[in-house]
Design a protein around this ligand. Structure first.
Ligand code: BGC
Length: 256
């Protein structure tokens, strides 16, 4: 199914993990892709080759989305690259682990600027473009189950994802008249580089799996499939929602 024929998608943080899977999935279904990461390296080169191998166009734009100037330029350059932009996937994100009382201002700024501020101004740039060209658009933010449930020792991360939740709800109302949809995807524990410490710690991993009714980590493709749905016209009446992809983690119940 070529749901994204003649569409262009920008996926931030797409040289690895969930972002890479989203880029490949959208390309597989027909989209031309703007890839992004902080720097262009062999992972980016390989991805371009893969996407071109599918018969699509691909370009890598290096930018640090924690810096508003860079994220604004990224979206502008993405629009210029292939002459249009239809789908914005705000995937780039990071987390730092610390007891709340030890969190430094630098840690806080890094997490909030990457996960929330960069998303805010990336969306704003995309919306200005859609508005002035009277063009429909769709936006998907990579949130987390932690926009809803607690994650001790990750206070700034939870604050950023909670912020993404309200940003999505709020913009859904404001952007609907412009024919722009916005939704969040909330992955649970997915096998990606962000979880490399967890994956290397058997004891902790067993504890995490105990909390997941499906008893397995998620795959990046589990997440990409939902992103593709939300980006497509099949989700034409979906906006302001969060789609959780977590094997049941968020609302699980432990029988006593
Ligand atoms: C975090 C992971 C964590 C998962 C489930 C994600 O948002 O990035 O580190 O394993 O939530 O708690």
């Amino acid at each position: 199914m070529n749901r994204f024929e003649n569409k262009v998608a920008l996926v931030t943080g797409s040289s690895q993990g969930i972002g890479e899977a989203c880029a490949l999935r959208l390309a597989k279904e027909g989209a031309d892709i703007i890839l992004n990461g902080r720097k262009f390296d062999e992972r980016g080169e390989k991805l371009i080759a893969k996407i071109e191998g599918m018969g699509r166009k691909a370009k890598f734009l290096a930018a640090d989305v924690s810096k508003s100037k860079e994220v604004i330029k990224l979206v502008d350059d993405a629009i210029a690259a292939f002459g249009s932009l239809d789908i914005l996937v705000n995937n780039a994100g990071l987390e730092t682990k610390a007891d709340f009382w030890d969190v430094t201002e630098d840690d806080y700024d890094l997490v909030m600027n990457t996960n929330l501020k960069g998303v805010f101004f990336g969306i704003q740039t995309f919306v200005k473009y859609c508005k002035s060209n009277k063009k429909a658009g769709t936006i998907i933010n990579m949130s987390s189950v932690h926009e809803e449930i607690v994650f001790p020792h990750f206070a700034a991360y939870c604050a950023s994802k909670g912020g993404l939740k309200m940003l999505c709800r709020n913009l859904a109302s404001e952007l609907a008249p412009l024919n722009i949809r916005i939704n969040n995807v909330a992955p649970g524990a997915i096998t990606t580089p962000i979880n490399k410490d967890l994956l290397n710690n058997k004891k902790q991993l067993a504890k995490v799996l105990d909390n997941i009714p499906m008893s397995r980590m998620g795959k990046v493709d589990d997440v990409a499939a939902v992103v593709a749905f939300l980006a497509s016209d099949e989700a034409a009446y979906v906006t302001g929602s969060t789609y959780t992809v977590d094997g049941g983690l968020t609302y699980h119940y432990e029988e006593q």
